[in-house]
Design a protein around this ligand. Structure first.
Ligand code: ATP
Ligand code: MG
Ligand code: MG
Length: 380
């Protein structure tokens, strides 16, 4: 089967690598340059969306910020999985919040803000602190403001107005004002749903961020009750969307309760550990789901952690001498803070993973150090 991925980044690349043994041919449509490329080699294969759609048996996406006209054409072809409603819900926080409410899953209290009056009303009704997020185009913590005290309100509103004036969106812009959640930790659940409505989910993953960007994910055994809670929310959201493919839910954990932060209608960075730590990796399961193949087991086969390599195009080859340590480069040009690759580290037990992590740490980029310290403590 021929699978077309909207977006030609590392997620399309890893889908292609996972699909090859199943004889699935993955090409990628770069929405910025209107070209069709091989997502592994970046070699140009053709031009134009119409040609890309005509050549594909199935169309899917590696990110949620796909221009609506591109989504319309894909949806009309009858080959687009997950559907355009799901992609739009991931790309517009207004639709996302509506979806979460409709699916009945707990999420942070919010108000939609368009005018200055809405802004001050949100402060009054939700209280401080607030997290304000651009409804459109947000990722890696971009397009967000924190409002802690009433005296900062005027300045934050000025920043938001400036942002909204500068945004080059054809869609109406707005802000989602959210109550600040004092969470104990952040976790995510990655799972897959097929066309018959069968669902499988991976074990909950604990996530650590540096400056709003994911730095480390941990997949450890246990946490049965939370897993059950997360699974129910996953099923509610995936069913509400008639979703097909891999879907990720990000959560805040407060005590023993989970609140959904946001969803990602695609394979997700916090699921990269599945390449070495799960029976079937998320990339293969996504392809299986959209291609109508049976879903694979999501069992954790061994405790695994993933470290993102941010802004560096080199790590010492010595990491490859560590037991169960695997390096995945994306072949992208170096830019400060950019996701360039990741490392998966596995072990037979959490304590052995702690030992191996101590061996890995000296080789890791320094700007992730505060989080690495936390992760080391967490494993002990
Ligand atoms: P991603 O790269 O995960 O798509 P994003 O730009 O879509 O990121 P969010 O996940 O919404 O942004 O927020 C980024 C981070 O900011 C969260 O992981 C969390 O640490 C913090 N955050 C977001 N919303 C809240 C909130 N309501 N209360 C407290 N912290 C929050
Ligand atoms: Mg996001
Ligand atoms: Mg997020």
């Amino acid at each position: 089967m021929k699978v077309l991925v909207l977006g030609a980044g590392q997620l399309a690349r890893m889908m292609s690598l996972a699909g090859t043994p199943l004889n699935l041919k993955v090409s990628a449509y770069d929405v910025n340059s209107d070209t069709i490329v091989d997502p592994v080699t970046q070699q140009k294969l053709g031009t134009g969306l119409a040609q890309a759609i005509a050549n594909a048996d199935v169309i899917t996406s590696e990110f949620e910020h796909i221009p609506y006209p591109v989504q319309e054409l894909c949806q009309q072809s009858g080959k687009f999985l997950p559907n355009s409603t799901a992609i739009k819900a991931g790309g517009d926080r207004r639709q996302e919040k509506q979806l979460l409410d409709k699916a009945g899953v707990t999420n942070a209290a919010y108000r939609i803000v368009v005018t200055e009056q809405d802004f001050y009303q949100a402060i009054e009704q939700l209280g401080l602190p607030l997290v304000l997020k651009s409804a459109l185009a947000g990722y890696d913590g971009k397009g967000q403001w924190r409002l802690k005290t009433q005296s900062d309100a005027q300045g934050v509103w000025a920043d938001i107005q400036q942002f909204m004036a500068g945004a080059d969106h054809t869609l109406p812009q707005a802000i989602v004002a959210e109550q600040f959640v004092r969470f104990d930790r952040e976790v995510s659940l990655v799972g897959a749903r097929n066309q018959a409505g069968d669902m499988v989910v991976y074990p909950l993953t604990e996530n650590h961020h540096v400056s709003g960007v994911l730095a480390v994910s941990l997949a450890l055994p246990g946490q049965q009750e939370l897993q059950q809670q997360a699974r129910q929310m996953f099923e509610a959201v995936a069913t509400a969307l008639d979703y097909v493919g891999v879907l990720a839910l990000e959560f805040f954990q407060v005590g023993d309760q989970l609140l959904v932060n946001e969803i990602a209608p695609r394979v997700h960075n916090s699921g990269h550990w599945t390449q070495q730590g799960a029976d079937t990796c998320q990339f293969e399961n996504h392809l299986r789901a959209v291609c109508g193949l049976p879903l694979g087991s999501t069992d954790l086969v061994r405790p695994t952690l993933m470290v993102n390599i941010l802004g560096e195009d080199h790590v010492s080859p010595a990491v490859l001498t560590l037991p169960s340590c695997h390096l995945h480069w994306y072949g992208k040009g170096k830019r400060p803070g950019r996701k360039m690759g990741h490392i998966n580290l596995s072990a037979t037990s959490t304590s052995e993973l702690a030992q191996r992590f101590d061996l890995l740490r000296p080789h890791l980029p320094e700007d992730e150090f505060p989080e690495l310290e936390l992760v080391a403590a967490r494993l002990k």
